[in-house]
Design a protein around this ligand. Structure first.
Ligand code: PEP
Ligand code: MN
Length: 272
């Protein structure tokens, strides 16, 4: 059998990912991504972009194509949403992270997005994995809702095997019997991934926790166990959000979080 490319055995040193020659993750750099669950309007996305940038985020997240559990829930602004993200990028200089849900949209994402996100529900969409594997862009691969670490790494292998080595794993919680939180954040997966693989790993406390008050403590814990970045949902009016308002923190809470994680990042030798 071919030696698996995601494994430490095939590459001893940690993967460092760059965009236009600038390190975005790895090499002690913490990748800070923040923004709304969904792009809703120009005003919303611009306002949030300006505020998270002022707090230290380098990447703006925002879903334009939303993989919703119910077909009656807001499905996203689609291409219009990607154009609004592009506008926010032009205004703020933030790089764009957005989720792709279909192979039909590959060209759109190649055009408008700096880092392509593959969501938990598509972790084993092998056609999609193979397609993004042919691109040169960094890919965030979220852990599936019920995926083992081995299954997750093999999903990443599909991307690497097509030639794209710029894969960032994202722990976003897994489904367990616990109901007090939306999912259970598996913090063990970070050191386990570090042992098994050279790929960088970020944490999404928002989808793991499902509630605002848990975002800061989980972010601190994630950095303390060695993650390489955080992707956090931030909304200027969480109570009016079209998706995931419960777990979306305000720009002010994000500002405080960015300050409060600094001492832990320093101990872990990570720069924001
Ligand atoms: C998201 O990031 O908005 C999202 C849908 O996340 P996940 O795929 O982790 O559920
Ligand atoms: Mn969301």
């Amino acid at each position: 059998m071919k030696k698996e490319l995601v494994k430490r055995e095939s590459q001893e040193e940690d993967t460092i990912i760059k965009i236009d020659g600038e390190v975005i993750i790895g090499d002690n750099k913490l990748m800070m991504i923040a923004g709304p669950c969904s792009v809703e309007s120009e005003e919303q996305v611009m306002e949030i972009a300006k505020q998270v940038k002022a707090s230290g985020a380098k990447f703006l997240r925002g879903g334009a194509f939303k993989p919703r559990t119910s077909p009656y829930d807001f499905q996203g602004l689609k291409e219009e949403g990607l154009k609004l993200l592009q506008k926010a990028k032009e205004k703020t200089g933030l790089k764009i992270v957005s989720e792709i849900v279909s192979i039909d949209d590959i060209e759109l994402f190649d055009k408008y997005v700096d880092v392509i996100q593959i969501g938990a529900r598509n972790m084993q969409n092998f056609d999609l994995l193979k397609k993004v594997g042919k691109l040169n862009k960094p890919i965030i691969l979220k852990r599936g809702l019920c995926a083992t670490i081995k299954e997750w790494l093999m999903a990443a292998e599909y991307i690497l095997n097509e030639g794209n080595k710029n894969v960032i794993l994202c722990e976003r919680g897994i489904r367990t019997y616990e109901t007090a939180t939306r999912n259970t954040l598996d913090l063990s997966s970070i050191p386990v991934i570090k042992k098994l693989s050279h790929l960088p790993i970020i944490v999404d406390p928002s989808h793991a926790a499902g509630q605002k008050y848990l975002i800061e403590p989980l972010s601190k814990a994630a950095i303390a166990v060695g993650c390489d970045g955080l992707i956090i949902e931030v909304h200027n009016h969480p109570e009016k959000a079209l998706s995931d308002g419960e777990q979306s923190i305000t720009p002010k809470m994000y500002e405080d979080l960015c300050q409060n994680i600094k001492p832990i990042a320093k101990v872990m030798n990570k720069k924001l």
